[in-house]
Design a protein around this ligand. Sequence first.
Ligand SMILES: O=c1ccn([C@@H]2O[C@H](COP(=O)(O)OP(=O)(O)O[C@H]3O[C@H](CO)[C@@H](O)[C@H](O)[C@H]3O)[C@@H](O)[C@H]2O)c(=O)[nH]1
Ligand SMILES: [Mn+2]
Length: 740
Amino acid sequence: MMAINIQDSTLLPLQEKIVHKNTTARAIELVILSLLVSLLVFRVLSFKDQDHHLPWLLALLCESWFTFNWILVMSTKWNQCSTKAYPERLLNRISESEFPAVDVFVTTADAILEPSIITMNTVLSLLAVDYPANKLALYLSDDGCSPLTYYSLVETTKFAKVWVPFCKKYNVKVRAPFRYFTPETTPLEDDSLEFQQEWKKMKNEYGDLYKKIELAAQRPIPCDRNSDFADFCDVHRSDHPTIIKIISENKEGNPSDLPHVIYVSREKSSKHQHHYKAGAMNVLTRVSGIMTNAPLMLNLDCDMYMNNPQVFLHAMCMVFGFKNEEECGFVQFPQAFYNGLKDDPFGNQLANLYYLALGICGIQGTFYGGTNCFHKRKVIYGSSPYDTIKSDIENEDLRKIFGKSIKLQESAAQILSRSNVKIESQKRPSSFVEEAIRVASCKYEYGTAWGTQIGWMYGSATEDILTGLTIHGKGWKSVMCTPEPPPFLGCAPSSYPSANVQQRRWATGLLEILFTNKNPLLLTIKGNLWFRQALAYIWLSTWAIRSIPELCYAILPSYCIITGSHFLPKINEPMFVILGCLFVIYNLYVLWEFRRLNLSFRMWWNLQRMGRVTSMTAYLFACLSVIFKILGLSNVVFEVTQKEESNDDDDSGRFTYDTSPMIVPGVAILLVSLTALVSGMSRLGEVGFGEMFCSVLVTLCFSEYLKGLFGKGKYRIPSSTIWKAGGVALFFVQLCRRLP
Ligand SMILES: O=c1ccn([C@@H]2O[C@H](COP(=O)(O)OP(=O)(O)O[C@H]3O[C@H](CO)[C@@H](O)[C@H](O)[C@H]3O)[C@@H](O)[C@H]2O)c(=O)[nH]1
Ligand SMILES: [Mn+2]
């Protein structure tokens, strides 16, 4: 009887695909599509009857784009799936000693924008994860080359020696101390006395660590050539040799010790491009390839702490749970935020993309999101699911792909030729520091395939999407895994200017992808990217382009009011009914989606509004950045977003402004719309109802800017911005009046 039970439980699947029914949504989407198409047909048919052809033509072009975009969205949402993992079944299948090793990468780039204490909490949470410690190595990449980060990591590792056993002994749920020891929490009365004592001790020790790091942040660490910090003397963050330091080593291979902890600051030089985060990831991949060569790699942004100690087990269910290897090229966990502002006033928390995300999982699998992702090393090394196991790769080929380091070539050959689990984990990373320093140098990648065929891909500020696309292009599928509680939590930008900068970077990076040799259409034709997956990638990479039709559509009402022309039908025309239905059905549909996700009405409005505002500001600048890049006039830079521990400020959702030119077009549109409304009021008989209504809508979308015109201090839009926008608006109004 016993035997049969065990048999049964080993047969139960480790993961299961769940199909989400969406018949109603599909029907509504089809209705919206048919309305859009009828609208276009009406536009074309009534073109010649118009007195003013220009606005009619522009409206037609914009609506064509919106229809195209809608088709992409529909195609992406059509089949919705998710995958559920059963970690409790894992140990029936494989013993802990057979678990594969995992190299964990955390990247940080700036100890001021990314306060060390946040990064260190991420490190602490990861060191305490439920997974045998002798299978783990944690690499911290520091693109800021900051002695503070190094010092913090040393101190943090000391604290981890008490923190990790504490977490494991009491099965602590939240293993990032800054979230565990919030001012409100105290141990429960019915907890054991021993626990209460240890809890207090731990809280004090964390308090000490916190103070040490804070103090070190205030006073620069003195340069002492005989100390551990000698390497950091007189270095500049963008010009320095590689620094690699083994902070803790699990020499005995003891599963309950600490994992290896390794600090890496790659060489930088003003003469060589460093490719921002993608470059850092490639260095980590090579350094870890030399030192530990784990078959799996988990990568995390410095602010994404581990919030669910079981997350590795969930990931293993995906790694081992598919009969067919190609089903799982990488395992992505969702990005969620602990400091998310209520109702998402800046529209940057992506909650509204939920159904799109389910839809992508129903095609070839989720996008790679840059963090919270388990990659297979062999996939990152460029293997495709159709490769047969290679046992004799030519050394010459290895050199061309992986570079000169023989040790790296050997480790890569091992990864590409063996099945994942069999690779023994390395106990002494410290024996390979010299070689690791060599592969972390600026020049190492020249004449190799790093960044073009293997590793993290170069050429886009959103290296994550480009890298995921490359993997899908090889024919791999990917899996999204969504355990509860959310496995990783990070910081969302909490001020309007930094949210805007992030949106511009994303839209820029996404658009850059279209101009690389990994353009989704090319990969469908020449590679193994599925057609509908390509459509999903095209939807994503054209965020920036959306700015042009959105901008144009937002100006049309004002233009028409000022010039006395029309881009919308009159109330008594049949086409007006189509437009009206489209407007009502589309908005109700989106609202219904929000309600199903338990998102508030306010959030719906915020995201509708910010969708328009961001398109016309950040995305417009993204378009310009890409044009400048193509013309060779400037390069795209990765501006790191500011991270904060928490924002308990009451005014945290309010808009603040800096002197960035990005909002100038937004303010200009607002001013033009206001002018048009005023001028329209005085001629109500002449101007169309539709045009007036749309002008009001545009003004409402920019209502925050309207407040910003009259705000005080940091809540006020800077005068220089208002003047510039005023100039643009005046020019536009004059232009309208002069046009024939
Ligand atoms: O030169 C650099 C620049 C950035 N980073 C790191 O990259 C990560 C992401 O930077 P962040 O400013 O937080 O950007 P986000 O927009 O929040 O990041 C999202 O978008 C990025 C692509 O634009 C992805 O790389 C990220 O993984 C994804 O979370 C952080 O850990 C940084 O330390 C580096 O290591 N080196
Ligand atoms: Mn981030």
